[in-house]
Every structure is written in structure tokens, then in C-alpha cells.
Design a protein around this ligand. Structure first.
Ligand code: ADP
Ligand code: MG
Length: 403
């Protein structure tokens, strides 16, 4: 990941560019750079996760939703073996088709070449490509700009090959791209959300069966708002403790004698406390988090979003105290939001930075924002970005805007 990413003008845009505006900019840049028309435009959103953290790789449950911020790509297949990739405000990379493989490409270009490689492995004939992408998903903020880039490219190449693959199948292809070409041991949550989500809904995912359910999540209808609180502290996935937590979870499942922690209830974990030893907190987090996701899903189904608030706060406490993946900056935004009247707030993603999500009354948005900024200032932390988000639809092909 090139450090330049954080220095470009593309990170942390204050306002969403809007899909149409973004599509027009991407199309104009494509025409300028290639002197021709793309085969099409596709978009894929970033995601937030209402609840269900560190559950995907334990075959458990989560409730992500797609953001109203996305990556738009213009793609054209080429008759030769040139692969020209450019990202607005980030840069341009030229490759040969032979470089589109693990180890052949690094930096941001791996997120574009990765899906091309993974789809080739899946039987899509590899061709040269012209790709131009633009995005209003904050980068490195735990909102999965990485999945948005890869899902947009994967959907484009799958469509251009005339396959119309099942979205869950595409999610696995994108996971392979990120695991193998980028080298990040990510689960399936981000890709499932970006590919399957529906506007005004959260996506209930069962990571054992990969079955999905759409559950109403329309905060404005209930006089509420969903806020993303970006700490501006970069999270680190590729290295670090994410892999360590995964190993601890696998070890805990072995001690419990179950295929995955998904199969253990909080009571099972408590009863095995002695045997689990040091693994107790990790197992307690996952079993508890799965139970909270199922409770939240039932509440959404009933239309009782307010009652989801305390589950979010319990999730944060568990991630902080049991899984130990929070950090002072995340605790600060979550604590400040709660102190200013949020119904609930929790860190999202792998941990150690990135963003939190808060559920607040619409009338309290301003007070929560002020409190979050003040708390960071007081502690000398980077200034957080507070973004109101609206659950939006998953990846799709876009119509070419009229020029
Ligand atoms: P997150 O997924 O939380 O945003 P990651 O570190 O997983 O953070 O992915 C961020 C990386 O994805 C960036 O460093 C960059 O390599 C790539 N990326 C994301 N958005 C873009 C973009 N608009 N243009 C080029 N690369 C991007
Ligand atoms: Mg990512």
C-alpha cells in the first residue's frame, strides 16, 4: 500500500461526490486518457457494519450495510496485452498481462489487477485492459474502499465476459484477489456487503452458509441517523494482530470441540472457562457477538431500531475488553458519542484504527459531532471525520451518462 494514498486529495472527501458526478468525471477521464469510449461503467459501494465484528472468519453472523459512497470504474477490454490502470487523483500504472498475477503487481494497482487475476483463475479469459476509476469512499478508514475497488472491477469483468455470475460467487473471487494478490487475510464481510446490499436495508449474512437476508434499516424513518466516526488513524490488516486473532479463534474452537466458534453459545463458553484459559476472552467475544447480531436482526425485522443501540455499545465493550482490538482513538469517539446521547456506538472493522459507527437521534447529530471532535482535540488525537451515512444499494452497472 503506497503511503502516497493518504497524501492525495482523494482520501476523506468531506462530501460524497454523488454517483452521477463521479460517473461523469470517470467517463471524462477515460475519454481523455484513452481517446475512446469504455465498454461500460460499473460501481460498487464501501460498507459499514452495524454489528457482527470478527465473526465472519468464525462462520458466524454480521449485519453490514452498503454506504452511499462508491467506486466507479470505466473499463474497456483491449486486443493487446497492455493493462493501463488509472485512479483519479492517485496515479497511473501500466502493466503487461503477464504481470497480472500474485507478486507481479504491488500498491494500489493490485486492487485492480487482483480481481482480473482471480477471475482468470475462475475461467474468464484474460485480456488487456484500460481501466479508469474514481471514488468517494474514504481510503484506509475501515469503510472498505479496498472491497469497493475490487468488487467494481470484478463485476465489470464478469459482465464483460457475459457471465452474470452469482454475487456470492463473485464475493469469493474478490476475497481470493485480496488474500492472494494483495496479500491481506480478509474474510468475506466486505465483499458480501458491497455486492449484495439493498438500499434502505442491512444485509444479514450467515458466514457458514453464505445465505443473506435483507432487513429494513431506514434510520431517517425513525427520526434517527447513522454516523460513521472516522478516527483518521490508519488501521493495518495486512500485517499485525488480525491474523493473530484468527489463530486464537481457531484454537478456542478446537478446545471447545466445535468446527468453528459459531457453534458455541455464550453459555458453552462460560462452562468451558477453565479449559479455555487465555482463550476465554476471545471465545466470549465471538459467541456474544453472534448472539448480539441475531438479537439485532430480530429487532430490525420488527422495526425497533432504537433497541439496537445498546447492542452496539455492548459490542464495543466486548471488542475493547475481550478481543482487545480497539485503540484509544476509537474508544474516544465511541465514548464521546455515548456521552452526547448516542443510542449506541461501536468500533467497526479489524480494529486498531479506522472508523466507528454510531446510532443517534437525528436531533442529536450536531451535539454528538461536537462532542466527538472536542474529545479528540482534548486528547491530542487527529481530528475525526463525522459522516452521516444512508444504507444504499450494492454494486451495479451504470448507464453511460449523456455527454
Ligand atoms: P480500507 O479498505 O479500509 O479503505 P485498505 O487498506 O484495506 O483500507 O484498502 C485501502 C487501499 O485500497 C488503498 O491503500 C489503495 O491501495 C486501494 N484503494 C482504495 N481506494 C482507491 C482508489 N480510489 N484508487 C486507488 N486505490 C485505491
Ligand atoms: Mg480494506
Amino acid at each position: 500500500v503506497p503511503p502516497a494514498d493518504r497524501a492525495t486529495g482523494t482520501d476523506h472527501p468531506l462530501a460524497p461526490a454523488g454517483e452521477a458526478g463521479l460517473a461523469r468525471r470517470v467517463l471524462a477521464a477515460f475519454r481523455e486518457r484513452t481517446g475512446g469510449e469504455p465498454d461500460g461503467l460499473w460501481r460498487a459501494p464501501g460498507r459499514a457494519n452495524l454489528i457482527g465484528e470478527h465473526t465472519d472468519y468464525n462462520e458466524g453472523f454480521a449485519l453490514p450495510f452498503a454506504l452511499d459512497r462508491s467506486v466507479v470504474v470505466a473499463v474497456r477490454r483491449r486486443p493487446d496485452d497492455l493493462v493501463r490502470l488509472s485512479s483519479l487523483g492517485v496515479g497511473e500504472v501500466r502493466l503487461r498481462l503477464a504481470d497480472v498475477r500474485p507478486g507481479g503487481v504491488t500498491g494500489w494497482a493490485a486492487y485492480v489487477a487482483g480481481p482480473a487475476w482471480a477471475l482468470a483463475e475462475d475461467g474468464v479469459a484474460a485480456t488487456g485492459l484500460d481501466v479508469v476509476l474514481g471514488s468517494d469512499v474514504p481510503v484506509g478508514a475501515g469503510l472498505s474502499s479496498s472491497a469497493a475497488v475490487q468488487c467494481a472491477v470484478a463485476l465489470a469483468l464478469d459482465d464483460l465476459a457475459g457471465r452474470g455470475s452469482d454475487r456470492t460467487h463473485l464475493a469469493r473471487v474478490v476475497q481470493r484477489s485480496e488474500n492472494v494478490v494483495v496479500g491481506a487475510p480478509v474474510g468475506l464481510l466486505d465483499q458480501m456487503a458491497s455486492l449484495h446490499a439493498r438500499r434502505g436495508n442491512a444485509l444479514g449474512v450467515d458466514f457458514r452458509t453464505l445465505a443473506v437476508r435483507h432487513l429494513p434499516l431506514r434510520p431517517a424513518d425513525a427520526g434517527l441517523a447513522l454516523l460513521v466516526l472516522d478516527t483518521r488513524v490508519a488501521h493495518a490488516h495486512v500485517t499485525g494482530s488480525y491474523a493473530e486473532r484468527r489463530r486464537a479463534c481457531e484454537a478456542a474452537a478446537r478446545v471447545l470441540g466445535v468446527p468453528a466458534l459459531r457453534d458455541a453459545t455464550p453459555a458453552d463458553v462460560a462452562a468451558a472457562a477453565g479449559r479455555l484459559g487465555d482463550l476465554l476472552p476471545v471465545a466470549r467475544h465471538v459467541a456474544g457477538e453472534d448472539a448480539r447480531v441475531l438479537a439485532a436482526a430480530a429487532l430490525l425485522q420488527r422495526g425497533d431500531l432504537v433497541a439496537v443501540g445498546p447492542l452496539l455499545s455492548a459490542s464495543h465493550a466486548s471488542l475493547r475488553d475481550d478481543l482487545a482490538v480497539s485503540c484509544p482513538e476509537l474508544d474516544s469517539v465511541v465514548g464521546a458519542a455515548a456521552g452526547a446521547g448516542a443510542l449506541g456506538a461501536r468500533m467497526m472493522g479489524g480494529g486498531f484504527g479506522g472508523s466507528a459507527v454510531a446510532l443517534v437521534r437525528a436531533d442529536d447529530v450536531a451535539a454528538v459531532t461536537v462532542a466527538v471532535l472536542a474529545a479528540a482535540r482534548e486528547r491530542g488525537f487527529p481530528e475525526p471525520q463525522v459522516i452521516t451515512v444512508h444504507p444504499d444499494r450494492g454494486a451495479s452497472r451504470l448507464r453511460l451518462p449523456a455527454s
